[in-house]
Design a protein around this ligand. Structure first.
Ligand SMILES: Nc1ncnc2c1ncn2[C@@H]1O[C@H](COP(=O)(O)OP(=O)(O)OP(=O)(O)O)[C@@H](O)[C@H]1O
Length: 244
């Protein structure tokens, strides 16, 4: 029987446009416009992920891992290429992804949940479970700007983990939080992954985590695909490359 595909990524290209460093004084004097510099962070990435697979993504710093996950999550559009979610819901678990700082944790749960595509009723129905998992005490009713980075990621993790999208994107988040939360989130992650209908993409620098969780690995290098395949094989080649 043919495997059902959860996610197709075809010839994905993502560029960042930044202002070239220039002197404001000079450009004002010469009436020159600041030039933009284009940087291709993801170049021609193509893969298909069957439903239920857990794909690990490795690559040295700056190789395009987070950029690719953010595009798959729909946070920004690629310059070209196709991301086909085959009708699946997707959510990104990442430390850097923003909450509304002036709103409380509880208000952010509602907002984030609805941004993920859940109805207000669905999010309210899961509210107590999310609040309990996040275990932030009185901080849950305080503005997120008062949170430490660990508390921030606890809230982010709890929202994504309890609301359970079809495709979950995890960006290095398992390595943050205090020891107790780390263990709890790791176990929750394993529980989520054990659902055969759920498809997961995990960016991590921990070979041990990837070995334990993943069914295959994609290695990105300078925005391009260097290798895609069996977990042990790709991790061994990557380890060899990084230790040179
Ligand atoms: N907002 C941005 N503007 C300009 N360039 C950016 C921006 N964000 C990332 N980049 C560049 O794009 C490239 C890919 O960055 P990305 O964060 O996707 O890499 P990564 O593989 O996730 O790295 P890391 O392992 O350090 O988290 C890097 O060279 C980075 O400097």
């Amino acid at each position: 029987m043919e495997q059902e595909i959860a996610l197709d990524v075809k010839d994905l290209r993502i560029t960042y446009k930044c202002l070239k460093s220039f002197s404001i004084k000079q450009s004002l004097l010469k009436f020159k416009k600041a030039k933009t510099e284009v940087y291709e962070a993801v170049r021609g990435v193509t893969f298909s992920l069957p439903k239920g697979e857990i794909l690990g993504i490795v690559g040295k710093n700056g190789s395009g891992k987070s950029t690719m996950l953010r595009a798959i999550a729909g946070i920004f559009s690629p310059d070209s290429g196709i991301i086909d979610l085959h009708g699946n819901s997707v959510s990104l678990l990442s430390i850097g992804v923003g909450f509304q700082k002036k709103l409380t944790g509880r208000e952010n749960i509602l907002l984030s949940g609805m941004l993920l595509g859940f109805s207000e009723e669905q999010v309210r129905g899961k509210m107590d479970e999310i609040v309990e998992f996040a275990n932030l005490g009185k901080f849950i009713d305080m503005p997120v700007k008062t949170y430490s980075s660990g508390m921030h990621s606890k809230l982010a993790f709890s929202i994504t983990a309890i609301l359970e999208a079809d495709i979950i994107l995890i960006d290095e988040v398992l390595s943050v939080g205090d020891a107790r939360f780390k263990k709890k989130s790791y176990n929750k992650m394993k529980e989520l992954i054990s659902n055969k209908d759920r498809t997961v993409l995990i960016v991590s620098h921990s070979a041990q985590t990837l070995k334990e969780l993943c069914t295959s690995i994609l290695w990105l290098h300078d925005g391009e695909m260097k290798m895609l395949g069996d977990t042990d094989e790709v991790l061994a080649a990557y380890d060899d490359f990084m230790s040179k």
